[in-house]
Design a protein around this ligand. Structure first.
Ligand code: G6P
Ligand code: MG
Length: 218
C-alpha cells in the first residue's frame, strides 16, 4: 500500500464498548436457556449476526427450536440490547477514537463503517459521529456476514476505493478474517490470540494514530 486510501471501522468494541452490551444480553438469554456462556465462547460471537449468534448458542447447548421460537429469542435479546444502548452518549466513545477520526478527516482520508449490527445507525447517532463517516454499510443489505469479505468490499465500493488501499479496524476474529479475505490491511484490537490473523495488533484504540499506522504498514 503506497498511501492509505480509506479506513473502514467496525463499530461494536472498536468505536464504543457496545460489544460488552451484546455480551451481557446474550449471556442473560443463554442462562435463561440453561446454556453455559462465558467470555471465551463470546469471542466467537463477536462480529457475527444476531441469528447466526443465536444458532451458535443453541448448538452449544444442544437445543433445537422451531424458526418461530428462534425469532422470538432473537427479538428478546435485541430488546434487552436496546435498553442498554438507549443510554449511549458521546462520552461512550472509546478514548482515542475522536482524536484519530479528527486526524483522518484532516488528512482527507475517506472513512466507512462496516458493522454487522442492525442497531448501528442509532448508536452512531447517539455517539454524534455521523459527520466523521463518509458511508455506512447497511447490515440489512449484506447477504453474507463476517467472516465473508462482502461487508468490507461493499464499504470500499461505496467509497470508490480499491480494497488493497483500505485499512480495516476490528475487534472480532470473524471481522479480521473478513478484512483479510477482502485483501485489506487489518488492524486488530484485542488479545494476541484472538487477533492472531491481524497485520497490526493493538490493545487499545488510543494506539491508533496515522503515524503509528503508516509505520506498521511500512
Ligand atoms: C456486531 C456485533 C455482534 C452482533 C452483530 C449483530 O457484529 O459484534 O455481537 O451480534 O453486530 O448486531 P444486531 O445489533 O443486529 O443484533
Ligand atoms: Mg466488533
Amino acid at each position: 500500500m503506497r498511501e492509505i486510501g480509506a479506513i473502514i471501522f467496525d463499530l461494536d468494541g472498536v468505536i464504543t464498548d457496545t460489544a460488552e452490551y451484546h455480551y451481557l444480553a446474550w449471556k442473560q438469554l443463554a442462562e435463561e436457556l440453561g446454556v453455559h456462556f462465558d467470555r471465551a465462547f463470546n469471542e466467537r460471537l463477536k462480529g457475527v449476526s444476531r441469528m447466526d449468534s443465536l444458532h451458535m448458542i443453541l448448538n452449544h447447548g444442544g437445543i433445537v427450536l422451531s424458526e418461530h421460537e428462534m425469532n422470538e429469542l432473537a427479538h428478546k435479546k435485541n430488546e434487552h440490547y436496546k435498553t442498554f444502548i438507549q443510554q449511549i452518549t458521546p462520552d461512550d466513545l472509546l478514548p482515542g477514537i475522536v482524536p484519530f477520526l479528527n486526524e483522518i478527516k484532516a488528512a482527507e482520508i475517506p472513512t466507512a463503517l462496516a458493522s454487522a449490527s442492525k442497531n448501528a445507525r442509532p448508536v452512531i447517532r447517539q455517539l454524534k459521529i455521523e459527520s466523521y463517516l463518509d458511508t455506512i454499510v447497511d447490515a440489512a443489505t449484506v447477504k453474507n456476514g463476517k467472516p465473508d469479505p462482502e461487508i468490507f468490499l461493499k464499504a470500499a465500493n461505496q467509497l470508490a476505493v480499491n480494497p488493497e488501499e483500505c485499512v480495516g479496524v476490528e475487534d472480532a476474529e470473524a471481522g479480521v478474517e473478513s478484512i483479510k479475505a477482502a485483501g485489506m490491511y487489518a488492524v486488530g484490537l484485542g488479545s494476541k490470540k484472538a487477533m492472531a490473523k491481524a497485520d497490526w495488533i493493538i490493545d487499545h484504540p488510543s494506539q491508533l494514530t496515522l503515524k503509528a499506522l503508516r509505520g506498521h504498514i511500512g
